[in-house]
Ligand binder design. Structure first.
Ligand code: UD1
Length: 419
């Protein structure tokens, strides 16, 4: 079955839309459910393919996972194995999150190297370093990572770089160890704060999340909980950028402005009027975008790499020249070739993209090669004249639940065609 998105660009976006729970908050939380024998109910989940892949991994380990509307209820009391096979880990990089919780709870975890989007090397050395600091013995056997947790204990973890995933893995693993673990140079992303709240809702003790030093006081046992993860600042940001480029007036509800200050600041700099309240962000745009001299992606609270492609798509129609510096991932510009097919003028050298604004983009047949790059093509196509088709939709579906429904609700002409 082949799926494509068909987009007739040029419509202004108007209306209100609700932001779902964040994929990047949900994935570590699903992995964290391994740490308790109780029921973990996660609310506000859309059935993204990444979420589904993570749930399949838990089911393959012997967990149960049932859907009740937009909640998934996971129970990991009956795990039968501690080994995750390569066909499952190959689909999703976040499978690496399971290592920490699994080795902490069952004292052993085996998995093959994780997959995910092709946006760079994405090694897992920091994850393994963090676990080793907690006493895990790690070896490689026949392409599998074998973690032996029989001598696990709390410890000190000083990261060279504030990796989001590695911080999360260590936070979870440390939660079930006796004593205190200190994580320094920890990632400060909102999803880290959310994971800490989730662990605490299970009876754990994590303090300092959101700062660069996290303190985990291990507990003997964690219990089940009912949890609503944080809203998706990347999905919300994608809608706002689409509105900026098409012109219009949209409000994204259930979106926390404090999780996206750098994004709001850039939208305002482009000439949009941005207002926000406790739980919403509104953008009004004439469709005329001002160029931004330079944007650099950075760990939170800097500009997020996961919105880099979408803002570049927006800047293709700016009145001047903008520059993007991608500091997190080394191959995150593949999508620019596709935008150039629409008449954009983007040149890329290493980690820098120079975007010369053009008056109009023209619809074209496009291929989404990765998740956020695919979302950028949707943003570009919505702002273009004429029809675009986007194949490789399965890459977009990893992080956006029926993206065509949300944009249609805002007045865009966008359909999913199943061939
Ligand atoms: C998470 C997000 C992803 C986002 C990224 C950066 C999830 C599920 N995914 O990914 O959407 O783009 O944060 O905000 O939350 N690195 C190493 N060694 C490691 C781990 C990471 O060198 O062991 C490097 C990576 O190659 C990359 C940088 O550190 O260059 C950032 O990666 P990291 O913060 O770990 O991102 P992820 O957790 O993979």
């Amino acid at each position: 079955m082949i799926q494509i998105l068909k987009i007739q660009g040029g419509n202004r976006l108007n209306g209100t839309i609700n932001c779902p729970s964040a994929k990047n908050a949900i994935l570590p939380i699903i992995a964290g459910a391994v740490m308790t024998d109780g029921d973990v109910r996660i609310r506000g989940c859309s059935l993204l393919t990444d979420t589904d892949a993570m749930i399949k991994i838990l089911r393959a380990l012997g967990a149960s996972a049932e859907w009740e509307e937009d909640s998934v209820i996971i129970n990991c009391s009956g795990l039968k194995t501690d080994a995750i096979t390569s066909d499952l880990t190959g689909k999703i990089r976040s499978s690496v999150f399971i290592l920490g919780p699994l080795v902490a709870k069952h004292k052993r975890a085996v998995m093959s190297y994780p997959g995910g989007c092709e946006i760079g090397l994405r090694p897992i050395d920091l994850h393994l370093y963090g676990l080793r600091q907690l006493g895990v013995k790690i070896s490689e056997q026949n392409g599998f990572i074998v973690c032996d947790g029989t001598l696990m204990r709390s410890g000190e973890v000083n990261f060279d770089f504030p990796s989001v995933g590695a911080t999360e893995n260590v936070m979870m693993a440390a939660s079930l160890l006796g004593g205190q673990t200190v994580i320094r140079n920890a990632a400060r992303e909102p999803e880290i704060v959310d994971l800490a709240q989730f662990i605490n809702a299970m009876g754990g003790s994590v303090a300092g999340a959101g700062t660069d030093t996290i303190i985990v006081n291990g507990v003997k046992k964690l219990h089940g909980c009912d949890y609503q993860p944080l809203s998706d600042r990347i999905v919300g940001g994608t809608y706002l950028m689409a509105c900026a480029v098409t012109g219009g007036d949209i409000t994204v509800q259930n979106l926390k402005p404090e999780t996206m200050r750098a994004v709001i600041e850039k939208l305002a700099r482009c000439g949009c009027t941005v207002t926000h309240g406790k739980n919403f962000v509104r953008v009004r745009s004439s469709g005329k975008i001002k160029a931004i001299h330079k944007i650099e992606t950075q760990p939170f609270p800097g500009f997020p790499t996961d919105l880099q492609p979408q803002i570049v798509a927006m800047l293709t129609k700016a009145n001047g020249c903008s520059m993007m510096v991608e500091n997190l991932f080394e191959s995150r510009y593949k999508y620019t070739t596709q935008l150039n097919k629409m008449g954009a003028r983007i040149t890329v050298k290493d980690r820098v993209a120079v975007i010369k604004g053009v008056k109009t983009l023209k619809g074209a047949p496009l291929i989404a090669e990765d998740l956020r790059g695919g979302a950028a093509l949707v943003v570009g196509a919505l702002g273009a004249e004429g029809e675009s088709t986007i194949s490789g939709v399965e890459n977009i579906d990893r992080g956006y639940y029926h993206i065509e429904k949300d944009f249609s609700a805002l007045g865009a002409y966008i359909n999913r065609i199943i061939l």
